[in-house]
Design a protein around this ligand. Structure first.
Ligand code: SF4
Length: 291
C-alpha cells in the first residue's frame, strides 16, 4: 500500500485537479478507500452509467460516496448500447478473442467488438466528463497483469502514471501490481462496502449484458439468467442476442441460426424450454477463467 500512496501523492503533486474513475467494483472501492483515508487528496468520483448497470448500482454508488463524503458525477455515453453493437459489434468473447474471431467470420451477418464497446460506452464518456470537470488526472483501479492479460502486456511498458495523447489526459493506476489476494485482504481488513450483487452470485460489477468471457464456465450470461431473469429475457429474446450467441457457439452464420430457431418455435420458446442453450459462447465452455 505504501507504494500506491507514493504513486497517488506524486501524481497529485503534478496535477491540481483529479478524479477517481469509480465503477462500484472491488478495485475502485479499494482505491477510493486508500485515497480518502490515507492521503489528503479528495478527488470527486466519476461513474459511467452505460445503461447496462445492475439495478442496485446507482444506490450503491451513492452509498459509497456518502460514506466518504465524496462528490459523485455521472457520465453517460453518446449513444444507446444497442446502436453501438449494431454499428461496431456485440461485446462478446473478449478483446483479443473477438478480434481474432472477426478475422475468420466476416460474412456471418454481424460483428463482435469488445474494445469499441468499452471505449465508447465506458472509457470515453468517463474521460470526457473528467475533462469537463477541469481535471487533468484520472485515477483508475486497473491492476495490470492481475486484472487482464492484455493490460498486463501494456503494463510491462507503461508506468503507473501515463499521459494519453489521444485523450489529452493523464491516467494513474496506483493499484498496478496488486493481486486478487491483496484486494480481498484489504477489503476484509477494512470492512469495505460490497455491492449487493456479490451476494446474488455475480462475479463482477460490470455491464449486465457483457459477453466478454461468456465462453468460460463462469459466463456472465448464465449468471444474468439466474440473478435477473427479466433482464436476461430482454437481452436474449427482446434484443435477439440469443441468435448471436447460438451463431458464435455453433459456428454458423446468422441466417442459418435464424432458420433453425424458427423451426424450433422461435427465440421466446427456446428461452422458456431450453434457456441454458444461451449460457455459453462455446460448448463445452472453457475452463480456467477467473476474472
Ligand atoms: S464491460 Fe462489456 S458491455 Fe460494458 S462497456 Fe465494456 S465491453 Fe461493453
Amino acid at each position: 500500500m505504501k507504494q500506491s500512496i507514493e504513486i497517488i501523492n506524486e501524481a497529485c503533486a503534478r496535477h491540481r485537479n483529479s478524479v477517481i474513475a469509480f465503477s462500484g467494483g472491488s478495485d475502485s472501492i479499494v482505491l477510493v478507500d486508500i485515497i480518502y483515508r490515507h492521503t489528503p487528496h479528495r478527488p470527486p468520483l466519476v461513474f459511467v452509467d452505460s445503461g447496462m448497470e445492475h439495478p442496485a448500482t446507482q444506490d450503491f454508488i451513492n452509498k459509497v460516496a456518502l460514506a466518504y463524503s465524496a462528490e459523485v458525477n455521472i457520465a453517460r455515453p453518446a449513444k444507446p448500447y444497442a446502436d453501438q453493437w449494431a454499428a461496431q459489434g456485440w461485446p462478446m468473447l473478449g478483446k483479443l478473442a473477438a478480434r481474432q474471431w472477426m478475422q475468420k467470420h466476416k460474412g456471418f451477418g454481424y460483428k463482435l467488438d469488445v474494445s469499441s464497446c468499452c471505449r465508447n460506452m465506458k472509457i470515453s464518456p468517463g474521460r470526457k466528463l473528467t475533462k469537463q470537470l477541469g481535471a487533468t488526472l484520472q485515477f483508475t483501479g486497473q491492476r495490470g497483469e492481475a486484472d487482464d492479460a492484455l493490460r498486463g502486456l501494456r503494463a510491462l511498458k507503461d508506468t503507473a502514471t501515463k499521459y494519453l495523447e489521444a485523450d489529452k489526459l493523464t491516467v494513474c493506476n496506483p493499484l498496478q501490481g496488486w493481486t486478487d489476494t491483496m484486494i480481498n485482504r484489504y477489503k476484509t481488513e477494512n470492512k469495505l462496502p460490497r455491492h449487493p450483487s456479490w451476494e446474488e452470485g455475480a462475479i463482477t460489477i460490470g455491464c449486465l449484458y457483457c459477453g466478454g468471457g461468456a465462453q468460460y464456465t463462469n459466463s456472465g450470461f448464465k449468471i444474468l439468467r439466474h440473478i435477473l431473469p427479466d433482464k436476461w429475457r430482454e437481452y436474449i429474446v427482446g434484443m435477439k442476442a440469443g441468435e448471436i450467441i447460438l451463431s458464435v457457439k455453433h459456428n454458423r452464420p446468422l441466417d442459418h441460426i435464424r432458420e433453425a430457431v424458427e423451426k424450433l418455435g422461435g427465440l421466446d420458446e427456446l428461452a422458456n424450454s431450453r434457456p441454458w442453450i444461451f449460457d455459453y459462447l462455446s460448448y463445452p465452455p472453457l475452463k480456467g477463467y477467473t476474472k
